[in-house]
Write a protein that binds this ligand. Sequence first.
Ligand SMILES: C[S@@+](CC[C@H](N)C(=O)[O-])C[C@H]1O[C@@H](n2cnc3c(N)ncnc32)[C@H](O)[C@@H]1O
Length: 730
Amino acid sequence: MGELDTKAEIELRKLENDGQILFENQNYEEAREKYSALIAATDVEDPHILLKRARCHMNLNDYQSAYADAKHAYKINPKSLEACILCGQASTQILLFEEALNYFNDGLKIDPKNKTITLNLKNLHSKILSDYNEKGKGAETTYSAVKFCTQDPYPGDSDLLNLEYEILAKKYKIPSEDKVNFDAVNKEEAAKHAALAFRLRNQDLSSAIHQCTLALSNEPPNLIYRQLRADMYLEKGDHVKALSDMWAIPKQNRGPDIWKAGGKVLMSLELPISAEFWFRRATKLSKEGDDEAAMLFQQVRVDRLYRPLTAGYPVKVEFKQFGRGVYATEDIKEGDIAFVDSPVVRAMISNPEHKIEACSHCARSLLTAAQYFGDALETMTEEEKELVNIHWPDVTPIYCDDCRRVKYCSDDCRLEAWDLYHQIICPKLNPASSELYDLLDNEGWGIRDDGTKGEIWGGHYSLMILANIWASIIMEAKRLMITDGATTATVTHWAKAKAPYRRFIAYGTTSAISRMPHMLPVFRRVFKNSGHEGVVFNVTEEEFNGRYYQATCNLQEFSARSTPYHAFMKKLSTDLRGFQMIKYLEKSPPYAGFCGMFPLHACLNHSCCNNVEIRDGDCNGTPGVNVVAKRFIKTGEELFTSYIDNKLSRNIRRAWLYKSFNFWCQCPQCTFEGEDKKECTNCNAKSESEKAFPCCSKCKRAWYCSVKCQKEAWRRGHKNICSKQKSGTA
Ligand SMILES: C[S@@+](CC[C@H](N)C(=O)[O-])C[C@H]1O[C@@H](n2cnc3c(N)ncnc32)[C@H](O)[C@@H]1O
């Protein structure tokens, strides 16, 4: 046996040596074959061999395979500098720029001065820039958010519409069906009064309206007179009467302008569903050419959806050129909380380095004394240990009774999670879902359907975000179906169940399925079983892509601000013996990281000179986010967060934002900062010599061809951004 082993070992070593020699002789094809044979022959996955094969792939321009091997090596040993570099290089080639940046940054944590990484980062930036230049700056001004937003009705809107019609009938005496008197038509008499009305319109509006009324009493079905009177009522500011006339014009005869004008009146009467209905018709009839109608539609919709969320905060959500945005309704002082928000869905971020337990439902930290104090706990005196025992809160997790794979901080959380989503993905009830937890435990790796081992989930965030979204949609559809006494979940049930997630926009340039082709079958297996016959949910390709990018665009990291350590400190401060613990309490506690989708926070647009920052904070007693003013924000001003590292140079910032979020940033920082030393930041004149233009002596981020340009730029806005402290989202 021993001899056989040795023989096999010799064979393996020979394969490795041959591979090395072939590689050195630049015969990458054959070297790759040797390494493949070596990998197939060994049970133990060796990151060194994987990296060697990855290098062969790189030289053969097979970047996808190089990335797969390098990532495999990185998974086995995330502390390998080589793996970080190769992962970064391969992902740069396949245009996964964010991944590349993350890998290079990981590498810099291991070796902060690594020259290869510095060079590769330069290469990455120039790749992003060439992408940016290719796509062109022509797109900069053509962006209009309204084109991306649907006008589909929300489930339940038809009931609300009927309610609004009742209000119109009762309060404003506008009947839902027009009851026009078609008897006694005297066209000649009518025409005389109408002619007078036209003549008087610019001199005496009230008399003109009176004449038009006489015309209509002589010829009630005349739609021209009715529209004329509606227009004049609008001019006079008598909106309800104007609406009454517009209402009396049969639907098929209303032109887009009437629908739009009626929508405006309904908007002013605070009847949003009817207003949406009228603006929708105006948009449709104008063949989507009427941007004002489309914009008004979104403004009404946003107001009705977000007003409940902003109640009690000095902010409101409005729809403008860049879509939804958050605006101050009162002055907000520096350091004040503008609003707090809790996630509609959340999941823990996997951090194999320090795994801090937390409640998987509400994100409360379950940090133990052993995790905080480490080895010091062993060496403490008996009295000190006693202090820890008495004052460290009980953080024993409560497991799901059935699967025992999910932890909670309390029975309340366990029960709530069960009711809202967990029973759909509890492995005890739905065995297929154990795959999800296995993938979580293995950072997205597992055995694929074709029997090979490799990465299955390749997202930047926890796959439980998507799992929890779908599970909660299924649970809600099921609940609605049972409440209605139905045996199958209807289209309306599904639409209502999905409604909370319609608030989040999605943007992505590549297909999530092509990025991780092995994941969709797993989700399909898990969600086809809801434990209820009439509730069948198919994770379609569109659903997978859409939700994947919804999460990508809107997720925010957060963690519980108050941890068991803080509770311990508080209790200790009331204990006279507490002082002896001070020496152990210097380091801040480790946090359990979560990511979540927050409905109001997701409306914050980006600026490179952001005026708010996101901090961890409680919302209704559970961990959420606080949106805090970084400086004084005037009433009416928009609140901006930052999506990126603001310290990057202008062109890199803009290229990143374009690539990841599909917009060219036009914030003051981008407007009044230059990127080319030989181009005047103010007038765009190019330097005729090799010499750069003189730069702003303060911030050194703008170049001017003349003192005149410098002064002009300063006045126009450079002074507001010059030397402003740059910071990313906290
Ligand atoms: C998290 S959302 C912010 C809210 C978004 N405006 C909406 O209507 O849902 C991110 C998206 O908002 C838009 N956006 C954010 N900041 C922007 C800016 N400074 N200029 C143009 N569009 C921006 C982009 O479409 C981006 O993909």
